[in-house]
Write a protein that binds this ligand. Structure first.
Ligand code: GLU
Length: 472
């Protein structure tokens, strides 16, 4: 069997981690089995559609490298892959159902339906449309909603993640398949499309679990074999109590792109929310994820979205990059003052901070002093545990000595270290004080990469100039 999976988002807002994780699982499953992954745009609820929604979906997937084998822009054997362009197909299937007596026009006005609902409520019983099926439904002319006739029945099915799921007949009712505006409902269009597009595995989020019986009932009356269903548990916030959603806590994924997160880190992060391969491994390449992913190891309960873990993982993936790769990724993130410096210099700078970099938008803050004169505020001395021990006079004396020593240095790392350590002994001070002082004066910060490498990269002229500036 060829595995065919799909991602079928509605263009109702920017894609976020919760939704894309389901897409990623579908993609991984298809790749693992050398199958196909489809992208289908489910734009049948036009009221909820947002401008640019489809573009955002495509851009997000492209950025992450979740390429689709069939779908918008590239087409495929089941064209088109945008539901609003498939209305005729849904209508044909709807007409067949009418012919077979399995679909009927809903004759009620909104007000009449509302009255029936209120009556059920007053009588403390659930409202079921099938209790009010018209005995002689009008001819469907497209202006009335069209409903599918489903007989109540208990369902038990094997979900690839959740195991056996059972639900009672109350989950099934005659639902609308074509709305009065001519568009199909999700409940109908996705069944038609998954069938026609030969989808073998449908992965979707937990909120759909109670709808599965009605989908299965529809497959039954249509005479089609349902695909393997897999309910992927929700992504929860850090407290584990609230579901992450467009409205709550979930950032558009492309925001991470703007912040300089690496797609491979985000994929690693999302794949390991609610899935593991049974080992302690945390850092995966995409190839490893493809090889190891398995629906049977997707956990049943919600996975936690932990942004600290994402930062850590991104740092880990940044550290795995070669200097050339890091340089390419870093291009859009340099401070403007870096424009005049060449590739070689920038690579030396990157080599110094690669260890500490968590996301690329940190670049200006971490590297500015390599490109422009730092602002050395007095608090940098007074708030530093070691440096505040020095009086201003001592500071100046130290700086004069440092300058003299550095003037004689050839500025190689080893020579700098040797000379400065000697000076520490001579002054009877501590490394924390002397090195801290130099660091603050040449970088304008208490945290910076290794001091001697930094001095070497900045070069002799710059370091001496910065020390002299402070002396004035
Ligand atoms: N269009 C549905 C949504 O975006 C897709 C659900 C599914 O994967 O079947 O929620």
């Amino acid at each position: 069997m060829i595995v065919r999976t799909r991602f079928a988002p509605s263009p109702t807002g920017a894609l976020h981690c919760g939704t894309v994780r389901t897409a990623l699982f579908s993609w991984l499953l298809a790749k693992k089995h050398q199958g196909q992954f489809l992208l289908r745009i489910e734009d049948t609820d036009q009221k909820r559609e947002v401008v640019g929604g489809t573009e955002n979906i495509k851009e997000t997937l492209r950025w992450l490298g979740l390429d689709w084998d069939e779908g918008p822009d590239i087409g495929g054997p089941f064209n088109p892959y945008i539901q609003s362009q498939r209305l005729e197909t849904y209508k044909q299937y709807a007409l067949t159902l009418i012919e077979k007596g399995i679909a009927y026009a809903d004759p009620y006005s909104q007000a009449e339906l509302q009255a029936l609902r209120e009556q059920a409520q007053a009588e403390k019983r659930p409202f079921l449309f099938r209790d009010h099926r018209p005995s002689n439904p009008p001819q469907w002319d497209g202006s009335q909603p069209l409903r599918i006739k489903l007989e109540p029945k208990a369902w038990a099915w094997d979900d690839a993640v959740m195991g056996t799921v059972k639900m009672g007949p109350e989950m099934i009712d005659d639902y609308i398949i074509i709305k009065a505006d001519g568009f199909p409902t999700y409940n109908f269009s996705h069944i038609v499309d998954d069938h026609l597009m030969q989808i073998t595995h449908v992965l979707r989020s937990q909120e759909f679990i109670s709808s599965v019986p009605k989908f299965l009932a529809a497959y039954e009356v249509l005479g089609w074999k349902p695909p393997v269903n897999a309910i992927v548990p929700q992504v929860m916030d850090e407290t584990g109590k609230r579901k992450l959603s467009k409205r709550y806590g979930a950032k558009p994924l492309l925001e991470y792109c703007k912040q300089g997160f690496l797609p491979e880190a985000l994929l690693n992060f999302m794949a390991t929310i609610g899935w593991n391969d049974g080992t302690e491994q945390e850092i995966y390449t995409l190839q490893e994820l493809i090889e190891k992913f398995d629906l049977s190891r997707v956990q049943k309960s919600g996975g936690i979205f932990d942004e600290h873990r994402l930062l850590w993982l991104n740092g880990a993936h940044i550290r795995q990059l070669s200097l050339d790769e890091l340089y390419d990724h870093a291009q859009p993130f340099w401070p403007t003052s870096a424009a005049s410096r060449n590739e070689d210099y920038k690579k030396q700078v990157l080599a110094l901070i690669q260890e500490r970099l968590k996301f690329l938008a940190e670049l200006p803050e971490l590297t500015k002093f390599f490109f422009e004169e730092p602002v050395v505020r007095e608090e940098l001395f007074t708030n530093n545990k070691q440096l505040k021990k020095l009086t201003k006079n001592e500071r100046q004396t130290f700086l004069a000595k440092i300058l003299a020593v550095l003037e004689a240095s050839n500025f190689s790392e080893t020579d700098l270290e040797e000379r400065l350590r000697k000076l520490i002994d001579e002054l009877g001070t501590k490394p924390g004080i002397l090195f801290g002082l130099i660091r603050v004066v040449i970088t304008g910060s208490n945290v910076a990469p290794g001091l001697f490498e930094t001095m070497q990269v900045l070069d002799k002229e710059t370091v001496l100039r910065r020390i002299k500036t402070i002396q004035q």
